[in-house]
Structures are given as structure tokens and as C-alpha cells.
Design a protein around this ligand. Structure first.
Ligand code: NAD
Length: 497
């Protein structure tokens, strides 16, 4: 059986440790590969390679960096289908969804291709007589990325193309559940002309992550994953003097007002609730119906669920694939059971689903739970599966009050035809990303992505303009050419004249 190796110093690195993990095909339940888990020495080798490469990459001209990024963009575009297929085999999501993920990742590379515009500083002439002042944005040095299983191509692309465009070198620790795509992309970047050591990949678990968190030569860390680990990464990384952005979990609410177009809202709720089997940090997990909306909306949702085709991701007729592991499937089923025993009504129960020919796959069908109450675990906690919880609110105020007091605040959406109500919601809601009749408001590559409260630890959102700020340090220069008029010792604090 194949063992997936690390990528260090521009080549595959034969594993030195003996710890490995299983990589499953979630559609069949079978182990298809092993992935090596990095030792501390292997992480050190990757960081040393990145540090060595940093000495020249930070001085590479903007033109050189731009050319390499454009070439990488072309290669990823050319290998789009191959990347998507690999992603489906290890993650389980359906091919069309995998293709969409690669496309959104490509858009982040395209944004990074504009580095010569993005890295411009400011200049003020004559801040004092014959004195100019200007600011520069310079790279941090070696930056690390730690990423989750659910977007194995796109989430790393939120990080390394832009970090590298900004002149940093990078060590990526992708999810151990679906690691192959990352190696393929690192190889493509090398083919595009990226010098060895600028992008390194170490696979593994807590051992590798902890070494990155404490390594004195790692200057910054971007993390995306669950909230408990995000909090740990932020606290440990900042304690060790690093710049850290750590994006966590979510519980995204969609409010439907009684005046909404109910067919549009039902399409959106089903797409955003069950797409990628609910394993998206921007998936809709809570449907908040206001007043009479529930009676019009729920039958439409049930109708759509009944028509959904769940099956292996490589089958073009499948609309929803399996969950990532057996353990996760059981965890999701556990939440449904907890909701039922707390008094919620399981209207559509995905736990009974069988996919013919794929009995050992990690499938769980779309599940709809009505009459959920705020104190239930199905409402409070992140499930990360194809489960939509319906909470019936009497008023808009009750609905938005729940959103603003939830511990997670990643994304949210409102469905209404009333522009005033939508504007009020956009203004009042305390969540990082807001959709108005758009259920999954993932910002374009030229905005930035991030939640509030326990959905993000740190000051800056990821990718886009905030990404440039995160991956660079500001330097201000004040300059005056030698001028005999200014001779003489002056101990006074300089004043502008
Ligand atoms: P996870 O937190 O289990 O793992 C994320 C990364 O952290 C992986 O690389 C993993 O190896 C590492 N890790 C896991 N446990 C660790 C530990 N104890 N110490 C150090 N490192 C550890 O997350 P996941 O299950 O891979 O991904 C799903 C989660 O990611 C969900 O909570 C989802 O909401 C979240 N997510 C958030 C966003 C966002 O933008 N906010 C995007 C995608 C996913």
C-alpha cells in the first residue's frame, strides 16, 4: 500500500518515523493509503529548508514572484479535474463540489498573482522640509499553515499562494485525513518554477503541529479547523511570540421571514444544509423560521430532500457523498439521537439510509429536525453533518437575538423580499459573513474571510487584503538627503517644519 511522504526542500522526503495513519475512501469504508506522521526532526528539516530558502526568496523581484505564481495558476487550472478526483477519493464529496472547491482555490491564486499591486506602500513627500516618509510591507520569514479535512485543496490555497507572493516561505501541515491533494499541488508549484524550500509539506498530527507552534524560526501561523484546536493554536502560538490567525468552527443560522420567496428559500436551505454532507464551515445548520414561515417552508424542504440522490462522489448522479470517517458518522448520528430524546421531532431521519453496493461507506442521509429548542445540544454544538435543525421563532427580534448570543459567529443568512428588513439584519447581526438571499456568503478572493467570537481567534481575517496584512510587516522610513543646513547637535524632540 502507498505511503504518502512529506515534501521537503523541493522533493519527496522518505519518512524517517514509523508512525503512519490510515487514509480511507469514505465511499467504500476501505483504507486506500497510509500517510506518514512527521517526527520533530522532520518538521525541523522542513523549517530549516524554509528558512534557508527565505534568505533568497524574500529578495526575489516582484516580477519573478509574479511569473512563478502565474505559471502555478496555469498548472492548477490544467490539472483541475485530476485534483478534484483525488479530492473526491479521499474526502468523499461529489465531483462537481470538488471542482467548485478547486475553482475557489484558483481564485485565491489569481488574487496572489496581483502581488505587485498588493504590496505597494505609501509615500508622503515633504513631511518636514526636504524630508520624505514612506512605508514598506515586508515578509515575516517562515510561516506555517495547519488545515482541516473539509477543503483539502481550497483552504491551503487561502494561505500559501498569498504568503509566498508576499515573500515568505511556507511549511504546510494539511489534514491527515485527505493529504494527497496537497502533495500534488506542491509538485505543481515546483514545476511552475518555485525554488526548493519555499513551500514544504509535513504530514501528521499533534506532534508536527506542536513542533511548529514552538519552533523559534516560525514567525507566523495560519490555522483553520475546529474551535477547541483553534483556541489552543492561538494561545500556544502567541505565547511563543508568533503572529497567529486561527479560524474555528461554526453554527450558521438562516432566518426565513414570512414574506420570503419560499421556493427560493427551500432550494437554498437544502443546498446549503446538505451540500458536501454538511461538512462545510459555511453550511447552514440552523433554520430559523419566523411566524408563519415554517408552515410554508417545511413541506417544500421535505419534498426536495426526498428527491436528493446520496451516493459515492465519483458517480456523476450523486448529489451528496459520505462523511469523512466512521467515527464522525457515529458522532453525527449521536446528535440526532440526542435531539430526539430531548423532545425535538426528527422529520427526516438520515440514519436509516443504505447506499446499495456501498454498505460499508460512511453515509448518513439528509436529516431534518423540527421543533429544536435553544438549550438542546443539536442547537448549541457544531454537528458538521447533513443535519438541519429547525427553530421556530415568533418574531424577527427573537430570531436575531439567538444568532447574536450563539458562541459561534461564522456566517449567517436572511431570506426576505423586504429590503428594509434585510438592511436592518445586515446592520444588527453580530456575525462575520452575512448573506441576503444568499445562503453561503463565502467572500470572493479579493475580500477576506472570517467569523467573529469563537469562530476566529486573532485580529485579521484570512486571504484577500487582510491576508496581505497578516503575511507582511509594516516598516516606515523617514529619509532626508544630507544637507549642510541641518548641521549641529540638537537634543530636542524632532519637530516638523
Ligand atoms: P480539526 O480541528 O480536528 O483539525 C484541523 C487541523 O488541526 C488538522 O490539520 C489536524 O491534524 C490538527 N489537529 C487536530 N487535533 C489537534 C491537536 N489536538 N493538536 C494539534 N493539532 C491538531 O478540524 P477538522 O475536523 O479537520 O475540520 C473540521 C473543522 O474545521 C470544523 O469545526 C469546521 O467548522 C472547521 N472549519 C472552519 C473553517 C473556517 O473558515 N472557519 C473552514 C473549514 C473548516
Amino acid at each position: 500500500m502507498d505511503t504518502i511522504a512529506h515534501w521537503i526542500d523541493g522533493q519527496k522526503a522518505a519518512p524517517k518515523g514509523d508512525r503512519t495513519g490510515d487514509v480511507f475512501n469514505p465511499a467504500t469504508g476501505e483504507v486506500q493509503r497510509q500517510v506518514s506522521y512527521a517526527t520533530v526532526a522532520e518538521v525541523d528539516a522542513a523549517v530549516a529548508s524554509a528558512k534557508k530558502a527565505s534568505a533568497s526568496w524574500r529578495h526575489a523581484s516582484l516580477a519573478t514572484r509574479t511569473r512563478v505564481l502565474f505559471a502555478f495558476r496555469e498548472l492548477v487550472n490544467r490539472h483541475k479535474d485530476e485534483i478534484a478526483r483525488l479530492l473526491t477519493l479521499e474526502h468523499g464529496k461529489v465531483l462537481s463540489d470538488a471542482g467548485g472547491e478547486v475553482q475557489r482555490g484558483l481564485e485565491c491564486i489569481e488574487f496572489a498573482c496581483g502581488l505587485s499591486q498588493l504590496l505597494k506602500g505609501d509615500l508622503s513627500e515633504n513631511v518636514s522640509t526636504d524630508v520624505d516618509s514612506y512605508s514598506l510591507r515586508q515578509p515575516l520569514g517562515v510561516v506555517a499553515g495547519i488545515t482541516p479535512f473539509n477543503f483539502p485543496a481550497m483552504v491551503p490555497m487561502w494561505m500559501y499562494p498569498l504568503a509566498i507572493a508576499c515573500g515568505n516561505t511556507f511549511v504546510l501541515k494539511p489534514s491527515e485525513r485527505d493529504p494527497s491533494v496537497t502533495n500534488l499541488c506542491a509538485e505543481l508549484f515546483a514545476q511552475a518554477g518555485l525554488p526548493p524550500g519555499v513551500l514544504n509539506v509535513v504530514h501528521g498530527d499533534k506532534v508536527a503541529v506542536d513542533r511548529l507552534l514552538e519552533h523559534p524560526d516560525v514567525a507566523g501561523i495560519s490555522f483553520v479547523g475546529s474551535t477547541p484546536i483553534a483556541r489552543y493554536i492561538y494561545e500556544t502560538g502567541t505565547r511563543n511570540g508568533k503572529r497567529v490567525q486561527a479560524l474555528g468552527g461554526a453554527k450558521n443560522h438562516m432566518i426565513v421571514l414570512p414574506d420570503a420567496d419560499m421556493d427560493l428559500a427551500a432550494d437554498a436551505a437544502v443546498g446549503a444544509g446538505y451540500g458536501s454532507a454538511g461538512e462545510r464551515c459555511m453550511a447552514i445548520s440552523v433554520l430559523e423560521t419566523v411566524g408563519s414561515a415554517a408552515d410554508k417552508l417545511l413541506p417544500r424542504i421535505q419534498e426536495r430532500i426526498a428527491a436528493l440522490k446520496v451516493g459515492p462522489g465519483l458517480d456523476p448522479s450523486s448529489q451528496m457523498g459520505p462523511l469523512i470517517t466512521r467515527q464522525h458518522q457515529e458522532r453525527v448520528a449521536g446528535y440526532v439521537a440526542a435531539g430526539a430524546s430531548a423532545g425535538a421531532e426528527v422529520v427526516v431521519d438520515g440514519r436509516t439510509l443504505k447506499v446499495p453496493g456501498h454498505e460499508k461507506g460512511f453515509f448518513l442521509g439528509p436529516t431534518l429536525i423540527d421543533r429544536v429548542r435553544p438549550e438542546m445540544s443539536v442547537y448549541r454544538e457544531e454537528i458538521f453533518g447533513p443535519v438541519l435543525s429547525v427553530l421556530r421563532a415568533q418574531t424577527y427580534e427573537e430570531a436575531i437575538g439567538l444568532i447574536n448570543s450563539h458562541v459561534y459567529a461564522n456566517g449567517t443568512a436572511i431570506f426576505t423580499n423586504d429590503g428594509g428588513a434585510a438592511r436592518k439584519f445586515q446592520h444588527e447581526v453580530e456575525v462575520g459573513m452575512v448573506g441576503i438571499n444568499v445562503p453561503i456568503p463565502v467572500p470572493m478572493a479579493y475580500y477576506s474571510f472570517g467569523g467573529w467570537r469563537s469562530s476566529l481567534f486573532g485580529d485579521l481575517h484570512i486571504y484577500g487584503p487582510d491576508g496581505v496584512r497578516f503575511y507582511t510587516r509594516n516598516k516606515v522610513v523617514i529619509s532626508r538627503w544630507p544637507d549642510p543646513r541641518f548641521r549641529g547637535v540638537d537634543l530636542g524632540f524632532p519637530q516638523n517644519r
